[in-house]
Design a protein around this ligand. Structure first.
Ligand code: ZN
Ligand code: ZN
Length: 358
């Protein structure tokens, strides 16, 4: 998980509240638009650090951000930059229309994607798998602790009416300028927590944990990189929102004996030079089985060649028990020294010339 907001403020993720404040002050002075007139980069930078500060200076949004990271924090654009001015919101404000926090009802006919806005973020979790898991398939219950919002204690922010932004109209001669800034009351989330210590469910924190069991079921030889548990992602804060999904990303761990390529398994075997010619009985640990072969079944072993054991690879998904192959590569240890015994060498020369055929 990445936490770019800390980088934006040039601080460590363990920074104290005081350090966050200091860092913001320092950067805000440097990049303040008043000091950088006509410099759009400074303006953007100022917005960026202000956005980071608005999230990290609020204990509730900070906790949420620390929990979810850039990818899952519901701030658009990975929590990095400030959102762009929304003409729709400004017009709603100018004409005193109360804004539906989930879009729609647009003055310009912009069609906000209602579904997208009502859907909470997905949470991505990495799940380590082994070649044994692919060979045998997976059938397992996984337990997840889900963070839920207490619906009784999360209320729409009354400072920004749930939009997360505050608009100010300033009269400058004949022109009315609209200034839009982030709502610090709710850290742009549009929600506030009532802090009701008597609440049975959340004790005033606005959040409570619940345990969920999900069954992970993958067939033998599965090739999927991910699987999805619907509804176990970020949880809704109001009844109008729909829970996000939990996306499980499989990460294949290195195996003691094999590397995988599609349905094939690659196996490395070390042998001596003599064994490469005369053969050797070897045992290959193939999951619960042991494959016993003599390498002389492949003839003289060439270090630059690959040798195949058919149907000794990984199962092929939905193929009625078909399997890939095992590819064996040999690492041949060549002798480093010859005997000094002239007689032996002469004998060896004779034998080799007799036995070897090129
Ligand atoms: Zn607000
Ligand atoms: Zn509560």
């Amino acid at each position: 998980m990445t936490y770019k907001l800390y980088d934006v403020l040039e601080i460590d993720k363990n920074a104290s509240d005081e350090e966050i404040k200091k860092a913001y002050k320092k950067l805000a002075i440097i990049h303040h638009p008043d000091k950088n007139k006509g410099n759009p980069e400074a303006d953007a930078k100022f917005k960026e650090i202000s956005n980071a500060y608005s999230i990290l200076s609020n204990p509730e949004s900070k906790q949420r951000y620390d929990m979810l990271g850039d990818d899952n924090y519901n701030d658009g654009g990975g929590g990095g930059g400030a959102p762009d001015m929304n003409v729709d919101e400004i017009f709603n404000h100018l004409f005193n229309r109360s804004r539906n926090p989930f879009g729609g009802n647009s003055f310009f006919g912009f069609n906000n994607d209602q579904n997208q806005q009502n859907q909470c973020n997905n949470i991505i979790k990495q799940y380590n798998i082994t070649l044994e898991d692919i060979y045998n398939g997976i059938s397992k219950n996984l337990k997840f602790t889900i963070k839920n919002y207490c619906k009784k204690c999360n209320v729409t922010c009354d400072k920004c009416n749930g939009t997360g932004m505050i608009q100010q109209l300033i009269q400058m001669g004949p022109m009315t300028q609209i200034f839009q800034s982030h709502c610090h009351n709710c850290s742009t989330s549009g929600f506030c927590v009532k802090n009701n210590k008597d609440c049975q469910q959340c004790k005033g924190s606005g959040l409570f944990d619940s345990e969920h069991i999900a069954h992970l079921n993958m067939p033998k030889g599965f090739t999927d990189k991910t699987t999805v548990f619907a509804g176990l992602g970020e949880q809704p804060r109001t009844n109008k929102q729909k829970a996000g999904n939990m996306i499980i990303e499989f990460k294949l761990l290195d195996h003691k004996h094999f590397t995988k390529k599609d349905n094939d398994l690659y196996y490395k075997q070390s042998i001596t030079f003599t064994e490469s010619i005369l053969g050797k009985a070897i045992i290959i640990p193939y999951f619960e089985e042991e494959i016993k072969i003599n390498i002389n079944q492949f003839g003289i072993i060439n270090p630059n060649k690959q040798y195949m054991l058919k149907n000794r690879g990984l199962p092929i998904m939905n193929s009625n028990g078909k399997k890939g192959n095992m590819i064996i590569e040999f690492n041949i240890k060549f002798p480093t020294k010859l005997t000094d015994n002239k007689e032996d060498l002469n004998k060896l020369n004779e034998i080799l010339n007799e036995c070897f055929m090129y």
